[in-house]
Design a protein around this ligand. Structure first.
Ligand code: SF4
Length: 341
């Protein structure tokens, strides 16, 4: 019997995390860690669906992703960190669930449709870039969620169709094999606020591969040069020209980092009473101030990597107590528990 409801969340280890991740999910995870039994999945198997030809990149980022989560304020005494590929029950569940979903249903999944369209833009229209593993990652995600018997999944709105896919698989499994009982838990999604933080270039999303992000690991100089290059209102030529903060990325980031002064920034910008250089300097100071506790924890974990490895190893071991039990129940419900293996 669970004492608290359980959350499963996580990241693909494909690069360092940035402030889009911080405001979109990490900050929320920190808030929820006292209320829920939290599991953070370092989703290397999922990362390989896009990076199967570069496993070294995924391997390198296992520790980086964990350090970013710890730096953001997740407490290893409260939350459990798990390496996905070290939990073989997830792979087994994926195989069983793959019979419960049609190929056309996966192709119609709006999240997958968008991601396939993006791939076709990059690789051309042949569709050859879409692997069986990629198309099936919602099934593997259903295996992640159910393996942990998770009740709640925090997501951005673009991820909601993936949770719906899991719920469909759970319902189908319970109906087919449950004999009137719910073997698997149907998870609830909780929507994260700020799930899409715009890039410094004004792009709709800050992205690891888009070159428009401030990373949690960036030092002062890097933050300064990135903010100094941020997109502002192009119609403001002179210092005292009135401008429109709604089209300025500096104003957009003031809203995130300069809680008390955001209204003043906008008023002064509109009135032509604020120059862009000073406006950027103020923002830089606020970002550095807000990031300092995060960077202090990062400095600690960067010099204590054995501690991070230990957190992952112990967490994965603990997680497997749950996932083994889920697999046992699944196989029993499917009547394929022929003998102890
Ligand atoms: Fe943007 Fe500030 Fe310049 Fe206004 S004054 S355009 S908010 S940088």
């Amino acid at each position: 019997m669970k004492e608290k409801k359980r959350i499963l969340t996580g990241d693909r280890p494909t690069g360092k995390l940035h402030i889009g991740h911080y405001f979109g999910s990490l900050q929320n995870r920190v808030k929820l860690q006292d209320e829920y039994d939290t599991y953070i999945l370092v989703a290397d198997v999922q990362a390989l669906t896009d990076n199967f030809n570069n496993p070294a990149k995924v391997r390198e980022n296992i520790l980086e992703t964990t350090i970013d989560n710890l730096s953001a304020g997740l407490d290893p005494n409260k939350v459990t960190f798990v390496v996905q590929s070290m939990v073989p029950e997830i792979a087994e569940l994926t195989v069983f669930y793959s019979n419960l979903v049609t190929v056309s249903r996966l192709q119609r999944n709006p999240t997958i449709k968008t991601e396939i369209a993006q791939k076709k833009e990059i690789f051309g229209n042949s569709g050859e870039s879409v692997t069986y593993g990629f198309l099936g990652y919602p099934v593997s995600q259903a295996a992640d969620i159910t393996a942990f018997n998770a009740d709640v999944i925090p997501v951005g709105d673009d991820q909601l169709p993936l949770i719906e896919q899991t719920r469909e698989i759970v319902r189908k499994f319970n109906l087919l094999y449950g004999e009137g009982k719910d073997i698997l838990t149907e998870p609830e999604a909780i929507l994260s606020k700020n799930s899409r933080i715009k890039g410094l270039d004004g792009g709709v999303k800050m992205g690891k591969s888009l070159g428009n992000a401030i990373y949690l690991a960036d030092d002062d100089e890097t933050i300064k040069s990135k903010v100094m290059g941020a997109v502002t209102d192009p119609n403001k030529i002179r210092k005292d020209d009135p401008a429109n903060p709604d089209v300025c990325m500096v104003a957009y980031y003031h809203k995130l980092f300069s809680d008390d002064s955001y209204a003043t920034v906008c008023d002064e910008c509109k009135a032509g009473a604020r120059g862009c250089v000073n406006c950027k300097r103020e923002l830089i100071a606020n970002i550095i101030k807000k990031m300092e506790p995060i960077r202090e924890r990062r400095r600690y974990y960067e010099t204590h990597k054995d501690e991070v490895k230990d957190i992952l190893e112990k967490g994965t071991k603990k997680a497997r107590e749950i996932t083994k039990e889920t697999l046992r129940q699944v196989k029993s419900a499917m009547k394929i528990d022929y003998f102890e293996s």
